[in-house]
Write a protein that binds this ligand. Structure first.
Ligand code: GAP
Length: 562
């Protein structure tokens, strides 16, 4: 398999070429952080959402007590009363530090500026030595400030080396290529990518924080360092002081554009669930413990969208808010953490590439009692797919405070009144789609029409997720073969995603379906006219068997368990 950088390029290129994912509004040059799903992509994404909805809402498994879990669904509006975001803390706290280039007006996260500032290899090493090696050279209070922000007492030599590597990878991932030192970094990052993929997200976060902390002198001294350089226009020392940038997209509601009309596109679907929790309680017969699930769009004005669809500005979330008695929160948290991990394994992500990372105490948000990330080893590194958190009674308490509405739950049996604790498994549909695409991508060899071995690209999707389950071909466009193939196609299409193709050499039609991840291809040939049988070719083994044409649907369903 190609190196990780090449692999990602191949996946992005296949996604475009075969109609999985296109850059948004591409004919106008695209728009950073936005993507469109093509004919195969929309089927893949829909299959992921349908599988999740089926397994979570329609047919939930048994809980830790052995009883079926109570789950209901919800579909809330994207724009809500702005007070929601005041109560949730997003208005005051959902931000990143950013700087603007005064010359070209380009905007960067402060950490990018820092990277550019230290674009020179010698200075970079000098900084590492001073920051991590020799405390006496640090400005007064610097190490203490840093230790406090990072939640670390100090750095070991091993950590220092990791930090160095991650900084290089971070630079490489961002694709910034300032004139100096970029080539060396790219070359070394490529070699190091494998090792770096082993590093934990926490270590990366520490580094991201370290970078931000290090950009503090920009604000302290008022001006950026003289040797900082804009990655866009390459002008020297043109940055504004860092300032906080709220990631919520703003809009106005109604004809007036004054502050009273200000509203926000939701940055998460979760808050819609919290503000409807009482409605659900009052309009259903549900009792704790129960969950409310929602799939929907979320928007974040990420300063630095990257890694294909991994960090986008418009994306979909699949979120569960699970309400339970505070005394039951710990076992429910463990249940959801393990169940969500298993869901990804069950749908084809190799457990060797997945890991469950429990957050350290010092990493937890102030309201969270526990949190774990389901992480996947993407070609660009190990990154978060889904987070599972015990959010305590924080959100409901906040909404009770800001709305004045009673958010307590009364238990008829125990006569106890309490604000439920919430366990939140929160996943990204686009990240899951990308992970399944990366996992499915494979290259092997297959014989062409003349029997010569040729490279083959194949997407080995889990059957439940494959955009097309079966493709039906007539071998040639004569002798009644198209009519017979059409009849089989019609019979299949009523029950599962089927595809009909009669153009080109049959070998090439197989290859196209391999690239689409179609598990079975059925060919109607000369023998079909004699005895009614067709060939069925298996995507993964490339073996062909003959079965009666009338049995195709049953054959595919039985093997795909659908
Ligand atoms: N309600 C909790 C919440 O929103 P989060 O960790 O910010 O938590 C949950 O987001 C999930 O949403 C992530 O694990 C990820 O899968 C997805 N996600 C978050 N930001 C994203 C982005 N910019 N692009 C794509 N997916 C994103």
């Amino acid at each position: 398999m190609a190196n990780e950088q090449d692999l990602m390029e191949k996946i992005v290129s296949l996604a475009k070429r075969r109609g999985f994912i296109y850059p948004s509004s591409e004919i106008y040059g695209g728009i950073n952080g936005f993507w469109d799903y093509g004919p195969l992509g929309v089927e893949l994404k829909r299959n992921i959402k349908d599988a999740w909805w089926h397994d979570i809402v329609r047919c939930p498994a048994a809980g830790p007590d052995g009883r079926p879990i109570q789950m209901v669904g919800l579909d809330c509006s994207i724009i809500m009363n702005p007070k929601v975001w005041e109560a949730s803390g997003h208005l005051s706290g959902f931000s990143d530090p950013m700087v603007d280039c005064k010359k070209c007006k380009a905007r960067f996260r402060a950490d990018q500026v820092w990277i550019v500032h230290w674009g020179d290899q010698a200075k970079f090493d000098e900084w590492l030595a001073s920051a991590f090696g020799n405390p006496t050279t640090l400005p007064e209070g610097y190490r203490a400030r840093m230790a406090q922000k990072l939640g670390l007492a100090g750095y070991t030599a091993e950590m220092q080396e990791k930090v160095r590597e991650i900084l290089r990878l971070g630079r490489y991932q961002r694709g910034n290529q300032p004139p100096t030192y970029a080539k060396t970094v790219l070359a070394s990052a490529r070699e190091e990518a494998k090792t770096l993929a082993q590093l934990s997200n926490r270590e990366r976060k520490i580094v991201a924080n370290a970078i931000i902390v290090d950009s503090e002198p920009l604000s302290t001294y008022g001006e950026p360092p003289e040797d900082s350089q804009c990655p866009n226009c390459h002008e020297m020392a043109t940055f504004t002081k860092p300032r906080q940038f709220n990631l919520m997209f703003r809009t106005t509601v109604g004809a007036l554009e004054d502050p009273s009309a200000l509203a926000y596109l939701r940055p998460e679907t979760a808050q819609g669930i919290f503000v409807n929790y009482k409605n659900v309680l009052d309009t259903t017969r549900i009792k704790t413990p129960f969950g409310i699930a929602q799939i929907g769009k979320a928007f974040r004005n990420e300063i630095n969208p990257r890694n294909f669809t991994f960090r986008s500005r418009e994306f979909e979330q699949m979120e569960i808010e699970f309400f339970c008695h505070p005394g039951q929160a710990d076992p429910w948290y463990e249940y959801w953490r393990d169940a969500r991990f298993k869901w990804y394994v069950d749908h084809g992500l190799k457990s060797s590439k997945l890991r469950l990372r429990n957050h350290e105490k010092d990493e937890l948000a102030h309201y969270a009692r526990a949190c774990a990330d389901v992480e996947y080893e993407f070609p660009f590194g190990i990154s978060e797919l889904e987070g599972v958190a015990n959010r305590t009674d924080f959100d409901l308490t906040q909404h009770q405070k800001f709305s004045g509405r009673d958010m307590t739950y009364f238990d008829d049996e125990t006569k106890e009144r309490f604000i439920p604790y919430v366990i939140e498994p929160s996943g990204g549909v686009d990240r899951a789609t990308l992970a399944f695409l990366c996992e499915a991508y494979d290259e092997d060899e297959a014989p062409d029409e003349k029997g010569a071995m040729q490279k083959r690209t194949v997407l080995r999707f889990h059957p439940r997720l494959a955009p097309v389950k079966v493709a039906i071909f007539p071998l040639v466009r004569k002798d009644g073969m198209p009519e017979k193939a059409q009849a089989i196609y019609q019979a299949c299409a009523k029950h599962l995603a089927a595809f009909y193709d009669e153009k080109g050499a049959v070998g090439r039609r197989y290859r196209r379906q391999d690239e689409a991840g179609t598990p079975f291809c059925v060919t109607v040939d000369g023998e079909t006219n004699q005895n009614g049988t067709v060939t069925v070719r298996d995507r993964d083994t490339m073996q062909q068997v003959r079965i009666p044409g009338a049995s195709v649907l049953a054959y595919v369903r039985e093997r795909l368990h659908i």
